[in-house]
Design a protein around this ligand. Structure first.
Ligand SMILES: [Zn+2]
Length: 183
């Protein structure tokens, strides 16, 4: 990730990435999921083109981790198969807020992670909420068939800094989800 130098102004989430992120978070629910996000960076914009969950992640209710050797294997395989750069990671917060914990922030700094996607999952209890984007709080939200309420945030860390900030998100796919009433 050596070429990324400046703050990011936008993170675009592609359809395959969105589907992978949401399905990984739902599959692991009510445990956390953990995985890698892949894509490209153009100027100050992040393009998240794909995401892959780590199957060997050690899942707990409020923490998830993976052995570094396994993580390296997966990263190398993804890079070889897709040619995409590993941009960072993603994890979920089952029944919890869509805010990075102190532990999450410390991990980003310690591991040198630049970009981290967070998905919170909760029960929607039959309430269907169309997908939308909160510009002020910078998160995507919506339900899936009224079963689960999901929030998605993209966090980034300044290069050589401990400053972690929320990146504005663009995800055109949610518009087609709304049209198809998949929420
Ligand atoms: Zn977390």
């Amino acid at each position: 990730m050596g070429k990324i130098k400046r703050s990011f102004t936008k993170a675009s989430i592609s359809e395959p990435a969105f589907v992978a992120l949401v399905s990984a978070a739902l599959e692991a629910y009510d445990k956390e999921t953990l995985g890698a996000i892949m894509g490209t960076v153009y100027k100050k914009k992040i393009l998240i083109k794909h995401a892959v969950a780590y199957q060997c992640a050690i899942r707990k209710l409020e923490e998830v981790s993976i052995w570094p050797a396994k993580e390296k294997k997966i990263r190398d395989a993804i890079n070889a198969l897709t040619g995409y750069k590993i941009l960072g990671d993603f994890h979920s917060h089952p029944d919890w807020t869509c805010v990075l914990s102190k532990h999450d922030k410390a991990d980003m700094i310690e591991n040198g992670t630049r970009i981290s996607v967070l998905i919170s999952v909760g029960q929607a209890d039959g309430n269907k909420i169309p997908w939308g984007y909160d510009k002020d709080e910078k998160f995507l939200y919506g339900t899936l068939r009224g079963d689960f309420l999901l929030n998605i945030r993209v966090y980034a860390r300044e290069l050589n800094s401990k400053r972690i900030y929320k990146v504005p998100i663009d995800c055109p796919f949610v518009t087609s989800m709304n049209k198809k009433a998949l929420y």
